[in-house]
Design a protein around this ligand. Structure first.
Ligand code: KG4
Ligand code: ZN
Length: 382
């Protein structure tokens, strides 16, 4: 008899994660082994180290997820795993383990796109999914360390469909947070540090501007010759603008003082950096965050309008940002558009989102082949 229980496994980047979710909505366990401490000294994810850590963590993480859920492996209906996008070696650890488990237990294997997982992190938590669903189509912004994408998400029957209506042409927004934090002598990953320090500065102090890349209009080759717009983001320019500001305002010396003071602290936290930041540094941090958040907000709502979206959904690591949540929520309220974010724990990478995204696929019997392999550049939608 079907239990609706899916074990999700996620290993696309620097978190080894496993979770058990019932019928795509009820999280029984959600275990994440973070590799932040491993990669922090390098200021970014080192792919070889990530694969090694996944190998070390995958067995205990899956065992913990199953035991915390209070079930046995035999109770599962399916095993779901992230197929891509992500780091090839990292993805392969999760995929190989999931394949072996599915084979040994004689259970279906389901492949999940990591980006679809982020979208389902929100849908997983929508209250009363049946009685009060998020109105569709939803305009979904997936914004993380590796991705900045806009999707129009809709549903037919149990299946979800996505149309990619925007993306970054260079860095992801989270990458900009990480690189700017590194440049300013803050910790890794940079997003939570900038998030915590920004409220102490003046967001209007440094007028950063974004090159506006005009939305492209494609003429689709159909009889009705419909138009389709694409919205573009670019975050490499603001990173260079922060560097120029640091150079022209002679900020390298105070940055080095901060970097060295934080390196003396074991497991430094953003609160440790506050007394090490003067007004000028805090203003720079606040202005950077405001500029990025406003650019994300402007284009997301423009796209929602262009595509007649009935709701907004924001997900991915950067969706944990407090200023982003406030400013998106304010604009959504003004436009009377429902908006949804995942809880903070489900904003960053996790496996509950993978198990949740796999539920409609299980209902549709959309199983992966035994030849499933890592797809580092897997795209979502058309
Ligand atoms: O979704 P995620 O865990 O991994 C990827 O799929 O990339 O996102 C990690 C990214 C990092 O760039 C991190 O700095 C950013 O999310 N991030 C934040 C915050 N928390 C995490 N960015 C801004 N504000 C935050 N509070
Ligand atoms: Zn992610």
């Amino acid at each position: 008899m079907s239990t609706g229980l899916i074990l999700g496994i996620e290993s696309s980047c620097d978190e080894t994660a496993a979770a058990v979710v019932r019928r795509g909505t009820e999280t029984l366990s959600n275990v994440v082994a973070s590799q932040i401490a491993t990669h922090a000294p390098y200021g970014g994810v080192v792919p070889e180290l990530a694969s090694r850590e996944h190998l070390r963590n995958i067995v205990p993480v899956v065992r913990t997820a199953v035991s915390e859920a209070g079930i046995t492996l035999q109770d599962l209906d399916a095993i779901a795993v992230t197929e891509g996008p992500g780091l090839a070696g990292a993805l392969l650890v999760g995929i190989t383990y999931a394949k072996s488990l599915a084979y040994a237990l004689n259970k279906p294997l389901i492949a999940v796109n990591h980006l679809e997982g982020h979208i389902h992190a929100v849908l997983l938590q929508q209250p009363q999914v049946e009685s009060e669903p998020l109105p569709l189509p939803a305009l979904a912004l997936v914004v993380s360390g590796g991705h900045t994408h806009l999707y129009l998400a809709h549903r037919s029957g149990e299946s979800w469909h996505y149309r990619n209506v925007g993306h970054t042409v260079d860095d992801a927004a989270g990458e900009a947070f990480d690189k700017v934090a590194k440049l300013l002598g803050l910790g890794y990953p940079g997003g939570p540090w900038i998030d915590a320090l920004a409220p102490h500065g003046n967001p209007k102090a440094v007028p950063f501007s974004f090159a506006q890349i005009k939305p492209k209009v494609y003429r689709k080759n159909t009889r009705a010759s419909q138009h389709e717009r694409q919205f573009f983001f670019s975050f490499s320019g603001i990173k260079t603008a922060v560097l120029r500001y640091v150079q022209t305002h002679d900020l390298f010396a105070p940055i080095e003082v901060r970097r060295s003071a934080l390196s003396q602290i074991s497991h430094p936290k953003p609160a440790d950096a506050l007394p090490l930041c003067d007004e000028e540094a805090l203003n720079l941090i606040a202005s950077f965050q405001r500029a990025v958040v406003d650019d994300l907000r402007r284009k997301t709502f423009q796209a929602a309008e262009a595509f007649d979206a009935a709701s907004i959904l924001v997900s991915g690591g950067v969706a944990a940002n407090r200023e982003l949540r406030l400013r998106f929520a304010a604009e959504a309220a003004e436009r009377k558009l429902p908006i949804a974010f995942p809880s903070l724990a489900l904003s960053t990478d996790n496996a509950a989102m993978v198990a949740a995204a796999a539920w409609p696929k299980l209902l549709d019997k959309e199983y992966a082949s035994p030849q499933l392999s890592a797809e580092p550049s897997l795209a979502l939608g058309r």
